[in-house]
Write a protein that binds this ligand. Structure first.
Ligand code: B16
Ligand code: MG
Length: 210
């Protein structure tokens, strides 16, 4: 029996892919590091510092830890500038229908995101007060595919993990849900995950399974 739905943020509630891409590209160009959309695809659901390591695979220079922190901050400052233009119009199709139906049916809803900017993004799109709990990049040690972000969301909701269903667009996020003993609904990239309990290209199909 499902009592709570935990939503990933980027790629499920709102698409910030392009903003992440522009911001990493801004940093990569300054450093003369090759970066393209294909590499950007590998960053989905991955934490900021782990994303940086993937980008630095293309560099011949070895960066110190301090330099890496500066590179990540440079990217994030630019990303936050871009996030200022985010509004409720950027909420992905079907999301509001699903959220409203879940509230009517009295399911608990939470966010389980790797992003340290999750609360800012939720405020920008007007959904900060909508969720019963928010677990994000600021409260975890290990990011997806580790189960931490979803286990903390369940704990904040006071609901057993096995009663939770995760909605994810990243394959690493579906693995995290599975490791948390939660069922999962994969959209986008995550549709190809063999570990997903359910998959669809339309988030509204989630309502068929609960
Ligand atoms: P930040 P999610 C993830 O969010 C993004 O998919 C991923 O591309 C990003 O690197 C990560 O958040 C960290 O984001 O730099 O804002 O802390 O999909 O888990 O909601
Ligand atoms: Mg995502």
């Amino acid at each position: 029996m499902i009592k709570a739905i935990i939503f990933d943020l980027d790629g499920v509630i709102v698409s910030t892919d392009d903003l992440h891409y522009k911001s990493w590209k801004h940093m990569a160009d300054r450093e003369h590091i090759f970066f393209n959309e294909k590499i950007n695809d590998r960053l989905r659901g991955v934490s900021r510092m782990a994303s940086l390591e993937i980008i630095l695979e293309q560099s011949t220079k070895t960066y110190s830890d301090e330099e890496k922190i500066e590179l990540a901050a440079y990217k994030n400052d630019y990303y936050k500038e871009l996030l200022n233009s985010l509004t409720k119009d950027h909420i992905l199709p079907g999301v509001m229908d699903v959220l409203k139906t879940l509230k009517e049916k009295q399911f608990k809803v939470a966010i389980g995101s790797s992003s340290r900017n999750a609360k800012f993004i939720l405020k920008q799109i007007g959904l900060f007060d909508y969720f019963d709990a928010i677990s994000d990049g600021t409260n975890i040690k290990h990011s997806k595919p580790a189960p931490d972000v979803f286990l903390i969301a369940a704990e904040k909701l006071n609901i057993e993990p096995t009663f939770c269903l995760v909605v994810e667009d990243a394959i690493s996020g579906i693995e995290a849900a599975s490791r948390a003993q939660m069922s999962s609904f994969g959209v986008g990239d995550a549709k190809t995950s063999k570990l997903a309990t359910y998959t669809s290209s339309d988030i509204r199909d989630l309502l068929k399974y609960i």
